[in-house]
Write a protein that binds this ligand. Sequence first.
Ligand code: UGB
Length: 580
Amino acid sequence: MSSLDAAYPGGLPSYVSKARSLLAASLSGANPFAGYTPSVPPGESLAYASPAHLSLESSGLSSAGGLGFVLVAGGLGERLGYPGVKVGLSPYAATGETYLGQYASFLLALGARTGRVPPLCIMTSEDTDAGVRKLLAKRGDFGLPRVDVVTQQKVAALADAGGGLAFAVGGGGEVEIVTKPHGHGDVHSLLHRSGLLPEYAAAGVTHLAFLQDTNALATNGVLPALGVAVGGKQEMTSICVPRVAGEAAGAIAELGRGGGSVTINVEYNQLGPLLRAGGGDDVADPGTGYSPFPGNTNNFILELSSYAATLAGPDEGVVSEFVNPKMEADGVTFKKPARLECMMQDYPWLLQKRGPAAGGPGGKVGFASLPRWLSFSPAKNSLQSGQEAEAAGGAGAGTLASAESEGYYAGARKLMAAGVELEEPRLGSKVAGITIYDGPRVVLSPSFALTHGELVDKFTSSAISSDSWLTVEGANVRISNLKLAGALVVKCLSEKATLTVDGLVCENLGWRYRELTAGEMGGGAEGVTVEDRTRGYVLERLETMEIVVGEDEVGNFRVGVDGRLLKEDGEDEEGGGVCN
Ligand code: UGB
């Protein structure tokens, strides 16, 4: 009881009083958006490698020394069907690096370009805290100089419309208040209470980028969105993607009422009714095939001084809450205990409430929309629900398998845009019942190329066959005149070494997926992990060419047509890398 009281701003009395009024509103069927007129807000919609994209990516990079990151990782992988912490999964079987490691490599790559590795704050929950901390400890914080962890607490569950608390007998035989997660909106009040924001400001942070746990491609949107945020002096900039009409993702909309407006995410279940109330519907624009409203990825950038000032307001960072009780047929009794919930993307309501003295009301909120293939690869659903979503003609399976395939596609599309000869991957095959892209599978680490400009510079005049696999890591790698038909791993792990791959012809049997058998999916099979079962397949490495310059190496290394790794500027002898 006392910990529940201490964890909630204003304590349990404040929680119960809010719960009573929200329950009354919910049970009377009140529409939270009643009276608002939705319209498409102004923002930037960017085509990859367009002049606007290139310019915003580069202006974002010049402001990136002021970035800090917040990763919300309190959610359980229930929908994904994974019992461990989701950030410990690997988005790409080809590299085996975890989501957290993938994000860390983006931060380290930013640090290598700006001279300052951004701080990372991770929000965990009671469900994920131990797992996230274990992962950080095991990997030495992934080499990041500053990682902070804030932990959200659950809130009291509600037994009835009067705001009565739900009780149950706990494991120790004592009667306890039932608790439930409060939602990712907790991140704002936790950051406020943590005292981290003034520390980040003192360390040079000007903008905080908020990321979700399992969308590896989200980092591709950060620099252009930062360019938009800084250029437009925006207090909040959502990183969006074109939204498939009707899909289960929110939309960023400008909601006007009485001469004022707020630009905010409207969840998909509320968007349709809101649009229909105005005579429209959640349908595609025939010109683009997408909803006219940009799709919310729940990744966004907040300007730090405005954010800190807003959180210092009377709400102490508690974003607007909602309650969604499931009722019995009598319309009075709860089927199961409910609780107040809150969402991080509802922050603009707080901005709007902020007084004029702090620069409000309203706040300047905008968006940067990037191609879906570039910055959207969510892994949220189990294989079964992904298969059902596909069968229902949904916007994407949203499984680990589809997310992995989308990531490889993005790597291949980036190379195509940089002039590398390859056939555009197409959705076709299925693995574990999920449709994936056929075509080269490419993972370009952020350390290798953070921007399109860097990629064009570092990867030239090459050709890659459709059944190839390629992973590249290291800022000092350069690849030209490569002919790849197989699996190739290129790594230069030392900042004091360079690796030039020029004229290499790499042909081998490569890698392939092997679907797990029904027995293996059932569990207990030796060598098959829970992660493998969440994916539904394993990667079989038949033959690989691996070119690795280790982290202790110094000097210039080169690989030519014959695949031998040689050290330049010295004798013609094999260097310290591995090439097989
Ligand atoms: N999370 C927490 O840290 N704590 C919590 O208590 C709960 C979650 P979900 P959701 O990308 O398609 C969002 O559950 O809320 C973290 C948007 O609202 O995966 O269903 C959790 O670890 C929706 O508009 O997402 O839906 C994860 O990192 C749409 O954009 C993050 O919060 C949708 O995402 C999101 O949690 C989407």
